[in-house]
Design a protein around this ligand. Structure first.
Ligand code: WTA
Length: 704
């Protein structure tokens, strides 16, 4: 079912709620050194030069054979970029930097415990490690181009080493975020049909050494239930030579990588030349329905896109020390910790642990000690750092030239703290809006050429043509104050190629809504649906309002309501479950679960805990609900559909809207009374919502 109406907000209303319509120019010192300082670049990447403008990105790479076609639109919407071209992604991120920069740091890894030494991996050293691991994957595991391998690795240098080793062989990697559960990892192993899992015994988080190998056993079990057998589990050791997990190694299946590597000492493996459109990796993400989808990214198009956007929008120069504090287990880390920065030959910092461990100054100490000059993080981290140490950055002597925010809308107030305190008023801020599916940035500024506007991501990135459509496919004019569904009119090299194994779903989800003619081979007829609501101001800047599907963005992580609900339903006594977002001061949104029990059962003291445990087991701790409410019944329509917007309204103390058409309107008051009185008693009442937030809550759960 389509949503009835899009949100309607005037610019003035938004301005009131965001309290901000001003723009800020970049500091002159930044402009003087910027990669994109000539305004001519905007025209070069204008619509008149599409698609050829993107050859400027492809030319940042080294190709074994040139492409004959920039954009092949022969099989829409399965766009092919730079066809005929051959290249290797690992060669581009490692080998080609050796002649001029072999002793430059490629990676600087900071372990969480402050008494453990920082590790610098030069390009030469990275070359050695990647080659040895590639030899192991090829010879010990028998992997070859086109095979898939699942990683469940934390934030350690072994992760980029493993990614690049796969890329060297043309093997498709699928990294599952380390914080996900073994079950979630097993699901992704099965979907991608991997027969090798690469993991680590443990890693440090919040001061303790987490047993991570335990999850590998769960993952293998879960994959088996889906009919997929893992042949080998490669286990890196956090402390080589010393096993840090209590889980036994399984004979003939589990192997310590540090032991095996001895047999590949000094080996080199020639990079396999791959077609531009060969898949480089899969990254799973959540949507409205069903299991997570494996977004398939290409070699040539993707690598060109992340290199180009990292060069112009992040202003990365080879001599910079760049720190993106995201996790490589998410798309941000793939594109903007590993592939983009390394393709440009810069130094990329990796941090193992929690940004506030052991205290509020950790990030700033790292920045000061390593001379970080580009800093990249998410609003949730910024809010958290501000909460624990609002004046902390002043005590440290670092200097950022550029800072990025990604993953969620940033409130102007938080933006100002970031700019004034973290950036010390000297750094330019780029707000980068995009998603797992898009490979790289969609909406953001060119830092030297376009002013910053707090709370707005900016116009389309170079070569990207965003448009907002209403429900009927009419363009919503800039400056109209109306919101709608933001789409990208044109293909771009970073866009996902398909959903792994589900091409129909790919076409349907991203192109089904606004395709003008399914028989057309003209890209103009195939706008890409991003999945966010947005407003365009008269200056062409976009303000992102959040997901239009039933996805809850918790601390910048996409959690599908269906996945949360399926996990809750694994608890035996649960009959029905509904997940809704609650506005949260630090994490943007938190998840609240509502469950109704099977007839005749009454909740025991542990029912709520069992629901939480099930969610942690099926998805991971990141999905842990803030509350589990056990209710006598769910508010439902006469056709039996759970009205998530009603319970979302209750959780957020906002208007629940018209309930007169429900099958059981009397239940609403009952639930409201229970939930709100308990929240009041705990002092857990959200602040007054902005107009946008209230709109989101009012419409929650109407996507389908
Ligand atoms: C949200 C993360 C506002 C958005 C790169 C999108 C943002 C979802 C921003 C994708 C931003 C991302 N401002 N919202 N700068 N960046 N989002 O796939 O709702 O983990 O659809 O990719 O995050 O999340 P994903």
């Amino acid at each position: 079912m389509a949503r009835e109406t899009g949100p309607r907000l005037s610019e003035a209303q938004i301005a009131v709620h965001w309290r901000e319509e001003r723009t800020y120019p970049p500091p002159a010192g930044f402009v003087a050194q910027a990669n994109a300082a000539d305004p001519g670049i905007i025209e070069r990447f204008g619509e008149a030069n599409f698609p050829d403008c993107f050859t400027e990105y492809a030319e940042l790479l080294s190709w074994d054979a040139p492409w004959h076609t920039v954009l092949d639109t022969g099989d829409p919407p399965f766009w092919k970029w730079f066809t005929g071209g051959m290249l290797n992604a690992c060669y581009n991120c490692v080998d080609r930097h050796l002649p001029t920069g072999r002793n430059r740091a490629a990676l600087i890894w900071v372990p969480e415990p402050e008494d453990q030494a920082t590790e610098t991996v030069t390009y030469q050293e990275l070359y050695r490690r990647v080659n040895e691991f590639a030899a192991l994957l090829r010879e010990f595991c028998g992997l070859e181009s086109g095979d898939r391998v699942t990683f469940h690795l934390p934030m350690v240098p072994e992760l980029p080493v493993a990614m690049l080793a796969c890329a060297r062989l043309g093997v498709i990697h699928s990294e599952v975020f380390g914080g996900f559960s073994g079950a979630a990892c097993g699901d992704r192993i099965a979907d991608s049909a991997s027969r090798v899992l690469v993991t680590m015994d443990g890693y440090y988080r919040g001061g303790s050494l987490v047993d991570h190998k335990a999850k590998a056993d769960e993952a293998v079990e879960a994959a088996r239930r889906y009919g997929r057998e893992i042949e080998k589990v490669l286990v890196w050791r956090r402390h080589p030579g010393r096993y840090s997990s209590r889980t036994p190694m399984v004979l003939g299946r589990d192997f310590f990588v540090d032991e095996l590597l001895g047999g590949y000492h000094g080996r080199s493996v020639p990079p396999v030349s791959m077609p531009a459109e060969a898949p480089l990796f899969l990254m799973y993400t959540s949507g409205t329905t069903g299991r997570p989808k494996g977004c398939q990214h290409s070699t040539g198009g993707y690598l060109s896109y992340v290199a180009g956007t990292a060069r112009y929008h992040l202003d990365i120069h080879p001599e910079d020390t760049y720190w993106c504090a995201a996790d490589i287990g998410w798309i941000t880390g793939h594109s903007y910790i590993v592939y983009g920065p390394l393709a440009l030959g810069t130094t990329s910092v990796l941090y193992e642990g929690v940004p506030t461990y052991p205290d509020a100054g950790r990030c700033w100490r790292i920045a000061e000690r390593l001379g970080v000059n580009i800093f990249h993080t998410a609003p949730t981290t910024i809010r958290m750092l501000r909460k624990v140490g609002p004046e902390e950055p002043r005590g440290y002597d670092y200097r950022f030239k550029l800072m990025t925010t990604v993953g969620e809308p940033i409130e102007p107030e938080v933006w100002h703290w970031y700019h004034d305190e973290v950036g010390k008023g000297q750094a330019v801020v780029v707000d980068t809006w995009w998603m797992t599916e898009t490979g790289g940035f969609l909406g953001t500024t060119l830092p030297a050429l376009q002013p910053m506007k707090p709370g707005s991501c900016g116009p389309g990135a170079l070569g990207i043509l965003p448009v907002i459509y209403d429900e009927d496919g009419a363009v919503v004019a800039a400056g109209s104050g109306r919101a709608g569904n933001i789409c990208i009119r044109n293909p771009w090299p970073g866009v996902l190629q398909t959903i792994w194994g589900q091409p129909e779903r790919f076409v349907d989800i991203y192109y089904g809504r606004y395709c003008r003619d399914p028989g057309s081979k003209d890209w103009h007829d195939w706008p890409f649906l991003c999945g966010d609501g947005a407003v365009e101001a008269s200056d062409g800047y976009f303000r992102i309002l959040g997901r239009i599907d039933d996805v809850i963005n918790v601390a910048g992580h996409r959690l599908g309501t269906k996945e949360l609900e399926s996990a809750a339903l694994t608890v035996e006594e649960v009959a029905e479950a509904a997940a809704v977002p609650a506005v949260d001061e630090v994490r943007g949104r938190a998840v609240e679960m509502y469950v109704a029990l099977k007839p005749g059962l009454s909740p025991g003291p542990e029912t709520g805990q069992r629901v939480t445990a099930a969610i942690e087991r099926e998805i991971g701790k990141i999905a842990r609900p803030a509350h589990v409410w056990i209710v006598p019944d769910m508010p439902k329509t006469r056709s039996g559909k759970i009205m998530r917007r009603v319970i979302a309204g209750i959780s957020n103390f906002t208007d629940v809207g018209d309930v007169s058409t429900l099958a059981n309107p009397e239940i609403v008051e009952d639930i409201r009374h229970r939930v709100q009185s308990e929240k009041l008693a705990r002092g857990d009442v959200p602040r007054e919502l902005t107009a946008q937030e209230a709109q989101e809550i009012r419409e929650f759960g109407t996507a389908e």
